[in-house]
Write a protein that binds this ligand. Structure first.
Ligand code: NAD
Length: 262
């Protein structure tokens, strides 16, 4: 039985990596979908059409640049206009930037906060009235293990992810009695284009092989010593959307191979 038939999901950053796996898993459970993200238009259209065909659900595409956080609210409004509702709101789009804090470009700092914190706030603010009317909603903020612990040289990312976890808790408390849950998923390293770029950058900066970077830098803090698969994160998100998870709210759920247990 498809558990999410009749629901509409809007997943930001679902043209790549974790978001794409989430979109696929939600569509697989029967949810209609607003696919969103930047990238090659033809490839995104192929993804959209493929999801609709394989899963027999309605899928539309949106390419709002969330560098302008107000566009996150417009994306919610456009989804409501197209589908009549946003039942499942996933704030997933994100980027990384690595730099010592004294060299950190202030505009980069602001860009990371806009994309991951301010756009999440704007989207939640826009989606809540409809969720309240329908007395049902699932909000998932794709934070990170870096929403729970820090690493050096990732100050903007760590600050943004901690803010997403804080936002998650505050929203959860505000709507706890209304049939709406709000949770943060906090993955360790998942092998996606975002992480591939970090492997390349670290290999270049330190003059190391990619294999050495993976073993001695990235997975050094991840006790399982393997990357998390995007499907593992997607399965957790699907679980959070189900009725069995209606009492899980305000949680920051680590899926980090034991990283945050240290
Ligand atoms: P990814 O690079 O594969 O995908 C990022 C997505 O965000 C893409 O669809 C891209 O188009 C979209 N995006 C980026 N900038 C945007 C902008 N300005 N406007 C609109 N869309 C934009 O990344 P990923 O690894 O799948 O990461 C997804 C989320 O998971 C991010 O929030 C990331 O911080 C988080 N996360 C990733 C990992 C990991 O190891 N990959 C670990 C923990 C948390």
């Amino acid at each position: 039985m498809k558990t999410l038939r009749g629901k509409t999901a809007r997943v930001t950053g679902s043209t790549s990596g974790i978001g794409r796996a989430l979109a696929r898993a939600l569509a697989g459970e029967g949810a209609s979908l607003m696919l969103h993200g930047l990238g090659d238009h033809a490839a995104i259209e192929e993804l959209r059409a493929g999801l609709a065909r394989v899963h027999g659900v309605e899928v539309r595409g949106h390419a709002a640049d969330l560098g302008d956080p107000a566009s996150a609210a417009r994306l919610v409004a456009d989804t409501e206009t197209a589908f009549g509702a946003v039942d499942i709101l996933v704030n997933n789009a994100g980027v990384q930037f690595v730099s010592a804090i004294e060299d950190f470009p202030p505009e980069r700092w602001s860009a990371l906060q806009d994309l991951m914190v301010n756009a999440s706030f704007q989207a939640i603010r826009a989606a809540l009235p409809g969720m309240k009317r329908r007395a049902w909603g699932r909000i998932i903020n794709l934070a990170s293990v870096h929403g729970l612990v820090a690493s050096p040289f990732k100050s903007a990312y760590v600050a943004a992810k901690h803010a997403q976890v804080g936002l998650t808790k505050a929203v959860a408390l505000e709507v706890a009695e209304l049939g709406i849950t709000c949770n943060a998923i906090c993955p360790g390293y998942v092998r996606t284009p975002l992480v591939e770029a970090q492997i390349d950058a670290q290999a270049r900066v330190h003059g190391l092989s990619r294999e050495t970077v993976i073993r001695d830098v990235l997975l050094a803090a991840q006790p399982t010593k393997r990357f998390i698969e995007v499907e593992e994160v997607a399965a957790l998100a699907v679980y959070l959307c189900g009725d069995q998870a209606r009492s899980i709210t305000g949680a920051a759920l680590a899926i980090d191979g034991g990283w945050s247990a240290r």
